[in-house]
Design a protein around this ligand. Sequence first.
Ligand code: SF4
Length: 322
Amino acid sequence: MRMEKELLCDPPSAVRPARVAPPVSRPEASQRRSVPRSAVGPPRSYFGNRFVYAVISQRAHGLSIGVNLNPDKFCNFDCAYCEVDRRSASADAQIDLDVLALELEEMLGRAFYGRMRELPGYETVPEDLLGLKEVALSGDGEPTLCPMFAEVVETVLHVRAKCFFPFFKVVVITNSTGLHLPPVQQGLKLLTTKDEVWAKLDVGTQAWLEQINRPKSSPLNCPSVTLDHVIENILALAKQRPVVIQSLFPLINGKGPAPAEITAYAERLNALKEAGARISLVQVYSAHRPPALPNCGHLPLRELSQIARRVREVSGLRTEVF
Ligand code: SF4
């Protein structure tokens, strides 16, 4: 079997509950998250976990196991397209690293040993989408503002280092605003060259940032969130390691970004490249799931393709549209 050939060391069997599916400390039923009807399309699914979820991700091109670094739903943006429902209370105020590690091992065991289909909504997911593409450090808020960011990275990498499973890539998904924070830099230093950082850049002007990302009052020691701050953070990181840029373009009140805004955005990317940023890919996409704001919608694929073409014309960077 392909999985067996890929094992690195100490291979567990597909049914090795002592290590692959350890007895996770479960939340009370009232604290558990609801189970989805389908794995493709609906929001990510926790299957009773507190911190670890699974999703079939367009951006990852398949199965992504996610770690929610923001159980408190804290974010310094209030994006017009955000899918997080902040009207409901959070079940957890902070992360329990032991529970996180156990939940991650259990979900990895399912992914690597063909047991995802036991989960509700995954019964009919095509086989080629069930191969694990990444473990994403993401969340119901901004992960770089998690006070335990470095500890979470350490915990996930420790699970990987135990070699119970084949190697998996770790992806940090961030809105780029907390990349300068010392604990975040400490955590990012632990990543290997096979891991990735996906950094958000949705705009080319401060005015569009205010409309789309809608920054809130500054948290921690983060300066007020400006586009210049986002650009500075991306540049500083992308000089150290390649970065994937994620850019979401929504329809707002039926309108997409103006041509001048798209050009400004492409020129920002080009300026980053000219300044020495290593940008391996620009992902151009739109809101796919129902966002919090009713006036926010999906930008047609034709317009997304035009944006990607503009990026290529101005910067020569590799782009992907979905
Ligand atoms: S940065 Fe992410 S979590 Fe924060 S508001 Fe925007 S979409 Fe939501």
